[in-house]
Every structure is written in C-alpha cells, then in structure tokens.
Design a protein. Structure first.
Length: 98
C-alpha cells in the first residue's frame, strides 16, 4: 500500500473540481456508480484511477477526458510554450512570406 504524507496533485486537483461544483466525495462516488472507498483511496492512499475510471470522471465532472488523464498521470503534462514576444510575430510573418 502507498503511504502518502501529502495529497497527490491528482487529489488536490480533484478536490478543487469537487469544491467548485459543491459535490462531496460520497456524491461523486454515487454519480460514478463506484464505491465510496474507491474515491476515498484517491485522497487518502494516493491511488490513481484507471483510464476507464478517468472516462467516468470526465463524464461526471463535464471536463475533457484528456484533462483527467493528464491529472491522473496517464498522459504527460501539456507542454508549455512561451508567449511569443510581440516583435517576433511580424518577423515570423515576414519570414513565412519569403
């Protein structure tokens, strides 16, 4: 069994999602058709949901499946691209026109 001293990033993310919807863990389990112990394990034991369960979570929370899969560690984090500097956009357009 995995023992966690602090919540996983998935648990923190899910906690924020539930709070924003005013849904508690027991309600989430009921909406998903899962046992309350399963949902509790995500928060207490640091367990992560399977890809199939992620699909249920996405459906219940009305969020993109890709987001849930990323939060649960099934997909790599979305790459972060730096904001283009304002002066680089006209330069890029000029180069593309060549």
């Amino acid at each position: 069994m995995l023992i966690m001293t602090e919540k996983t990033s998935f648990a923190r993310w899910l906690e924020r999602e539930l709070a924003s919807r005013r849904v508690n863990r027991s309600q989430l389990a009921a909406y998903m058709g899962r046992r309350a112990q399963t949902v509790s394990a995500w928060f207490n034991d640091g367990r992560l949901p399977s890809t199939e369960v992620c699909a249920d979570l996405a459906r219940v929370l009305h969020v993109p499946l890709e987001e849930v899969l990323r939060q649960a560690g099934h997909l790599p984090p979305e790459p972060e691209y730096p904001e283009p500097e304002p002066h680089s956009i006209p330069e890029a357009l000029r180069l593309l026109r060549r």
